[in-house]
Design a protein around this ligand. Sequence first.
Ligand code: FES
Length: 157
Amino acid sequence: MISIGAKKQIDAWIAKYPKDRKSSAVMQTLKIIQAENENKLSADTIQAVADYLDMPDIAVQEVATFYENYNHKKVGKYVIRFCHNISCMLNGADDLIAYLENKLGVQTDEVTPDGLISVKKVECLGACVGAPMFQINDEYFENLTFDKIDKIVDNLK
Ligand code: FES
């Protein structure tokens, strides 16, 4: 279930913590496992993480369902996580999200028919000074406008 390559990456994270604190590597481990499994987690992959880190599976499940960066169903190659928290909302996020959904022809939590892009609404991503903003995979895009969204999304295609 966990590849040799993934184990090497996970072991490097585990080594950063005291020997009796393997569970501290759970977030990075979930990220690595998710990347190896079509960008989503399943009950089996969560169990594999729990076994590897000697954690109760419910503890791994709690982390995996608390944070927005873990996916539990099919997502696109590019996941647009659009912040709709207070700073972004006050700077027009709701209109921009509606514009993006209309442009892509999908609603939040759906994937474009070509499997390329999915959109999620998320809570504050800690970039309030650049509101409104979204994250695509690991990259932040700030001070969004309708034109900026057009350019960014058209570049993904
Ligand atoms: S409110 Fe959107 S990044 Fe903080």
